[in-house]
Every structure is written in structure tokens, then in C-alpha cells.
Design a protein around this ligand. Sequence first.
Ligand code: C2E
Ligand code: MG
Ligand code: MG
Ligand code: MG
Length: 280
Amino acid sequence: KARGQGEHEFYTSAIGLESRQHTRLLHELQQSFGSDALFLAFQPQLSLESGRVTGVEALLRWRRADGSFVPPDQFIPVAERSGIITLLGNWVMRTALGALAQLDHAGFSDIRMAINVSAAQLRDRSYAEQLGLALQESGVAPGLLELEITESVAVMGMARVSALLAEVKALGVEIAIDDFGTGFSSLSYLDQLPVDRLKIDRSFIALLDSCRPGARIAEMIVPLGHCLGIAVLAEGVETECQAERLRAMGCNEAQGYLYARPMPLDALLQWLQTYRTRVA
Ligand code: C2E
Ligand code: MG
Ligand code: MG
Ligand code: MG
């Protein structure tokens, strides 16, 4: 009994610690909002066939006052639970569209921009409307924007997701399923939803250098996507060997440290210039 109580005390203090850290992080995040502590980094996506850059993914970065970075996997859940993800997501959307306009201005007018959108953001009834407004204000071609959603949106229910994605598609915006293969949802949704691209989760790509069983997953996702008329992109490509195997499978695109790390917009523009002259 004594031990049981000890465990209970440990449990409550662990929760207390977690919520104190949560509160502190949230407070810091709110203070960083609107300053240059929050910015977007962009990672190129390439065609495995032609080697050309087809798109970039916008990834949120948060630099603390002491110069250290908090990984998005740590602060996005905090933003989601507190509700400020709506504000943050809106800023990401508008900033990414601004960057897309700058890419166009610099002569990279056929490069797509992908943004990550969490289920917590999509629950907002006015999401599609806000997206439409932001697109109008930015003046960019809607077909160059892509929303990356994960299978976790399934918690919203098929009817809601389906209606929302129809609204998004009506705007001309593309839809990608991020971290594909790690969710628990049924495959039937793929045939019912207007999905343009599957992003094979990097855990499966990491296995491609070996002959471990999981390596076969990537091999199955490529024809699955193609059978449904959906393009397939591999994320987390780090070695030439992985890229070669993906190319042989007919995987359309790749993204990963092998090509480039996520970088700020000015560095991306320079990288694209250098890359273009090298490929051309
Ligand atoms: P994600 O959307 O699946 O993004 C890919 C993650 O893999 C990024 O981590 C990227 O930096 C990393 N990565 C790219 N290439 C490689 C590689 O070759 N090797 C390895 N080991 N990693 C690679 P990051 O930037 O830390 O983002 C983590 C997650 O945070 C993202 O996963 C996404 O789910 C979320 N996230 C990032 N930005 C946003 C945002 O603006 N909004 C929302 N809602 N979520 C975001
Ligand atoms: Mg993503
Ligand atoms: Mg991913
Ligand atoms: Mg992810």
C-alpha cells in the first residue's frame, strides 16, 4: 500500500512537471510570435527522373533567445493543445505564400510550395475561407500550393474531412498525405479523397539501405499510389543508394539531406540558382 501511494505521488508530480514545462514553453512561444525568432525553413523536393526541383516544403523553426532551437515536434503539440496553432498556422500559410511569390519573382515560377497543416487547424470551420483569402491576397497560382496533412485527420471523421478537402480542391490547392504508412486509418480513404501526392514516411526510406523486411513497404507504396493516380514522394532520402532504389521503383520525387537541408529563404534562392546552373 505504501508503495502504491509512492507511485501515485510520482505520477502526479510527473504530470505537474509536464504541465509546468508546457506552460513555460507556451508563454515563450507567445512572446516569440511576431518576432524573427519564428521563421520558415524550406527544403527542396526533386524529380527522381529529371533531377529538377519540383517543390519546396516549408518547415517552422523557433530559435530561442539563447540561440538554441526548439524542434517543431516539441512545440507544435503545445501550440495545438493551447489553440494558438490557429494563429501560428495562419502565419505559416501567409508567410509561405509570400515566399512562393518571391520564388516566382526570382524566376522559379514552376516550383510548388508545401505547408504542413495539423488536424487541430482543420477543425476550424473557417479554414478553407481563410486559405482562399490568403491566396487572393498573395496573387500566386493556387495550383502551386500544397497542403500536407497526416492520416491523423481521420479523427475528424470521413464526412468532415471529405467536405473540407473538396473545398480546398475547389480553390485549386493540392493535397499530400504526409508520413504515409505510419497511420492507422483504412486505405479506402485514399480512393475517396482528392489526394495528389503520397509522402512515404522516412522510417521506411531509412530501411532501403538494408534488406530488412520493412524495406519492402516503400516498394509497395509506389505502385499503390500509381494505381490510384497519385504521385509518390520519398522523404528523408539521405544516401545515393536509397535514391537509386527509389528511382528503380518508379518513385516520382524525393526530399532529404542527400539533396539539401531545410534553409531560410535567401539561402534557398541561392541554392536554387546554383543548382539550376549545375543541372542545365
Ligand atoms: P514532416 O512534415 O514529416 O517534415 C519532415 C521532417 O524531416 C522535418 O523535420 C525535416 O527537417 C526532416 N528531414 C528532412 N530530410 C531529412 C533527412 O534526410 N533525414 C532526417 N533524419 N530528417 C530529415 P522538422 O523540421 O524537425 O519537422 C518535424 C515535424 O514538425 C514535421 O514533420 C511536421 O509534422 C511538423 N511541422 C514542421 N513545421 C510545421 C508547421 O508549420 N505546421 C505544422 N502543423 N507542423 C509542422
Ligand atoms: Mg511535412
Ligand atoms: Mg513527413
Ligand atoms: Mg511528421
